[in-house]
Design a protein around this ligand. Structure first.
Ligand SMILES: Nc1ncnc2c1ncn2[C@@H]1O[C@H](COP(=O)(O)OP(=O)(O)OP(=O)(O)O)[C@@H](O)[C@H]1O
Length: 707
């Protein structure tokens, strides 16, 4: 049927058919210069015969054949066609036939001709219909061809535009890589600065240590001096007392002698008086008188000598006494000076003590910074190597991709981050559209990269989170952000992984154990009631919670088992673990070290129990640096006064330890005020209420915080 034309073929093939149809059309067109008359009949018939060459224009091959025959026959018998003698019967042939017969024959021929003409007219009509339809089809096809050519042109211009954008992105990326390189150089210089600072601090520390040692030395010397002076003072005091006693004794002896001499003198005087009276009475006894005078003189001389002797003795003893008094004063002065020096030395020690602590802390900080610097340096070198070496498609960091992939697997199906991470992975691995479609990042047919054109107006998938991959590819500013984000994430994650690697050494715990059995960290000032509440919780949920086993360097006691009461270890191994940041908290008591290790906590999770950590503020900060995935609860006292009352009521504290605990409580309360320091704060005013609140949060509707 003419209406059932074959569908238009594309390209060259359809053009060829078009030419053929045009030719057929041309052939089938009646000549306008020739009127439709008998003389044109033969041409018409010939035209029909020609038309059989175009199969799609021909109504029916058989039909045409019949027409051919009829035309031949008609042409042979046409009375007007006098030139064609070869095909026409001669006049002699007609003459030899009876006259009625030729007339009949002629009539029959005329009828045949008429019927043939009618048939030809029908055929022409149908041919015209076919032609007009064909023309419409051709027009439609032409239209389509034109449309597709315009589309093709549009596509080409779009393709060129996209190519230009790709080139711009390439050049921008080059510039950004340069910027990153500069950033890396800056980071390097920062590291160098830090190292310099580190060196300066070290030298400062050394100088301070020497200063401190000198001060200590000095104070020791002063102490020695003081004790020597004290000894000397004591000794001189004793000597002085002894001498004083001796002198007093001497004075007493001299006084008694003086008394005796006085008495003797008195006696002599009495005797002299008696003698004088006797002399007076006995004038004649002149000779005796002179003797008595002599005796008197002798006595006086003796008295004077004695007096002189006594005076000298008293003077010398007084001088000695004075001397001793002076030396006592001097000794007392020296003792006071020494005591003053001792107080100054002690003050100096007190002044230096916080400084020493600071130096120690700084030392620790330096160690940490050095560790971080080494890790960062490693990562930077690695990153630079990634950036500099190889083709851009090879610059894929397996760690990043692995981390993202693990994160992707760990997330809940409904988590919107999942889509984001998948986009990130796609961007990192440079997935093409087909791969994105397969991963569910794009709907089929929504391609936006060169080579695959998107029909205008095709709806794009609108994710709940921004499309990172698109940002990365399409927008210069946002791709810069994403690149920077990726870079900083990479560095952060690598640094964390570096730290964690050292912590995890020897541990087989995967993230799943601590995600399922998330450690609960309970902190709060001493005496707030942590132990009391924990006891209740453990009793209500037997076998659900467990404390971790601590490490110690002390030797096991009878009945103690390694890994049960304690993880018994050596001092060297303990300190090695400290250096690797393997402890959440550690301390030294009585020459032994004790500590809670990250691995010990993980072991509790692996044994399908929830680890409970009752630790103070510094421990909380330390746990936050690990991958323990812990939850943090802070138990606060209703007031500091109530806390003091409870601590006193517990009867475990001395006045000194009580003060220290209350000071620490103030620090803990300050820390708890910081946003994000803890996940939950419970005030333990009423024990039952506090327990209910704590239990609700810990049990978490039976999930125990599991993710
Ligand atoms: N809500 C409360 N009301 C009154 N007393 C309480 C309350 N909670 C705890 N106490 C009491 O306070 C004292 C200290 O409690 P507990 O020993 O549990 O504190 P803690 O936080 O574990 O202290 P530490 O950290 O020093 O071990 C205990 O005597 C306890 O009975």
């Amino acid at each position: 049927m003419p209406g059932e034309n074959p569908p238009p073929a594309q390209g060259a093939k359809s053009k060829k058919n078009k030419k053929k149809s045009a030719k057929a059309e041309e052939n089938s067109q009646p000549s306008e210069s020739e009127p439709h008359g008998d003389s044109s009949n033969r041409d018409d018939v010939d035209d029909e015969a020609d038309n059989t060459d175009a199969p799609e224009a021909s109504p029916s091959a058989d039909h045409v054949k019949t027409n051919d025959a009829a035309a031949d026959f008609g042409a042979a018998s046409h009375p007007d066609d006098k030139n064609d003698n070869s095909a026409q019967p001669s006049q002699d042939t007609y003459a030899s036939v009876p006259t009625a017969e030729p007339k009949d024959r002629f009539d029959a021929l005329v009828r045949d001709r008429d019927s043939l003409r009618a048939e030809v007219t029908d055929m022409r009509k149908s041919l015209e219909e076919v032609q007009s339809k064909h023309k419409t089809d051709m027009d439609a096809l032409q239209q389509k061809l034109d449309d597709s050519e315009t589309k093709k042109e549009q596509a080409e211009t779009q393709y060129k535009k996209l190519l230009e954008r790709v080139n711009t992105i390439k050049s921008q990326l080059g510039a950004r890589l340069k910027e990153d390189e500069e950033e890396l150089t800056q980071a390097r210089s920062q590291i160098e600065d830090l190292e310099d600072e580190n060196a300066t601090l070290k030298s400062q520390l050394e100088s301070k240590s020497t200063e401190f040692a000198a001060v200590l030395n000095e104070s020791e010397q002063k102490s020695k001096e003081i004790s020597t002076l004290r000894d000397r003072t004591n000794l001189s005091q004793q000597n002085w007392l002894k001498e004083k006693d001796e002198l007093l004794e001497q004075v007493a002896y001299l006084q008694s002698e003086f008394e005796q001499a006085k008495e003797a003198m008195h006696n002599w005087e009495v005797l002299a008086m008696e003698e004088r009276s006797i002399r007076e009475n006995l004038d004649d006894r002149d000779s005796q008188q002179s003797t008595v005078d002599g005796l008197q003189r002798a006595l006086q001389e003796i008295q004077i000598a004695r007096k002189q002797e006594l005076r000298e003795l008293v003077e010398s003893s007084n001088a000695q006494l004075e001397e001793l008094r002076r030396s006592l004063q001097h000794a007392q002065q020296t003792a006071a000076d020494a005591e003053k020096n001792l107080a100054i030395a002690q003050e100096e020690i007190e002044r230096v003590r916080p400084f020493e602590k600071e130096v120690k802390e700084k030392n620790l900080l330096i160690g940490k910074l050095r560790h971080e610097a080494v890790t960062l340096n490693d990562h930077l070198t690695k990153a630079l190597r990634f950036l500099k070496k190889g083709k851009p498609e090879d610059n894929v960091d397996r760690h990043i991709v692995t981390n993202h992939f693990l994160h992707f697997l760990a997330l809940d199906r409904s988590d919107p981050k999942k889509f984001q991470i998948l986009q990130l992975i796609a961007a990192l691995l440079g997935w093409d559209d087909e791969q994105r479609e397969q991963a569910g990042l794009a709907r089929p047919g929504t391609s936006s990269i060169p080579g695959k054109l998107r029909a205008p107006g095709t709806p794009l998938r609108t994710p709940s989170t921004p499309n990172l991959a698109t940002e990365f590819m399409d927008n210069g500013a946002s791709s810069k952000e994403t690149l920077a984000e990726l870079w900083s994430n990479f560095l952060e994650q690598e640094a964390e992984v570096g730290q964690m690697d050292t912590m995890r050494r020897g541990s087989h715990s995967g993230p799943s154990a601590v995600q399922k059995f998330r450690p609960v960290v309970i902190s709060g000032p001493s005496g707030t009631g942590k132990s009391t509440l924990m006891k209740r919780l453990f009793a209500e949920y037997p076998g659900k919670f467990s404390f971790s086993v601590s490490h110690t360097t002390r030797s096991p006691r009878a009945g103690e088992e390694d890994g049960r009461e304690y993880n018994f270890t050596t001092k060297e191994k303990f300190l090695e673990l400290v250096a690797q940041n393997g402890f959440i908290e550690h301390a030294q008591f009585g020459g032994n070290y004790y500590g809670t290790s990250v691995d010990a906590v993980k072991k509790v999770s692996e044994s399908q129990k929830i680890p409970v950590l009752d630790i103070e503020m510094e421990g909380v900060k330390q746990v936050k640096k690990t991958d323990l995935n812990a939850r943090f609860l802070f138990l606060a006292p209703p007031s500091i006064e109530e806390l003091e009352r409870r601590l006193r009521g517990r009867g475990t504290e001395t006045e000194d330890s009580l003060r220290k605990r209350l000071d620490q409580a103030t620090n803990e309360l300050e820390f708890a005020k910081q946003p994000g320091a803890h996940d939950k704060i419970v005030v333990n005013d009423n024990l039952d209420q506090a327990y209910a609140e704590l239990k609700d949060w810990v049990v978490d509707g039976g999930k125990f915080g599991a993710q």
